[in-house]
Design a protein around this ligand. Sequence first.
Ligand code: ADP
Ligand code: MG
Length: 258
Amino acid sequence: MPTIALENVSKFYKPKRRRKGPVHIDMGVEDVELTIRQGEFVFVVGSSGSGKSTLLRLITGQDKPNQGKVYVDDKDLNWVLKLSRNRAAVLFGKIWQDPTLIRKKTIEENLALASKIALGRESPRLVEVRIKKVLGLVGLKGVEKKYPVELSIGECRRVELARAMIGSPPILVLDEITANLDDDCIWDTLHLLNDINRRGTTVIMATHDSQYVNILRRRVITMSEGRIVGDVQKGKYGDVLEREQKLPPLSKLGTDLI
Ligand code: ADP
Ligand code: MG
């Protein structure tokens, strides 16, 4: 079961061209050291622009680091993902901030497509069973023939969760999926994630919702200006812990690197 490790990882974005003034480099994340073991439940918190989404994209291999390496079980993630096209979908179930269900396809068709990407072509009967199973898991039986527009935002998010789970990936990566949901929906979603996690799936979730983080008391990683400034087991929102390691000196990155 996969352990994810980031070693000395930095990601920066090219500056916008400006005629005058110093060159400004947008740091996504800087000098991140992090290990997440199979079965952990990790909240990634921090203000807007602190690097949460960048960190998640590095973990799933969607972004490649400019410095450092991401490992999955001691193997270079980049290399692992190149082995086969569906590797990313087998390893990671992902839900991003903006809803991504295909509007012109039914829920069933949306899920069938995800199943095909993760697991390849299978008999329609098998796919049907799989779709029923994941919809049952998220408490949404009987919506197969509906279109996303016929469901509430909360239900759509649950379909996305079902879609993320369809290939039974060992790791779920979720970026602010509770934004725009009401309290009841957020609790339902977190309950669901708790259950999924208890069965062994790693859950890595970026969020702004301090009250839920404080009640659930799981591992809390706090980002600030692209760096990890807190990493606390059974933590609370805002817990900042100087880990054994000292924070490295501020970036000496120069324009020659971009
Ligand atoms: P968060 O998810 O915590 O709001 P992000 O990871 O989105 O933070 O952003 C971290 C920093 O990286 C910000 O300064 C942001 O402007 C910059 N950044 C993120 N994505 C891009 C991008 N595609 N192009 C340029 N800058 C980016
Ligand atoms: Mg973000």
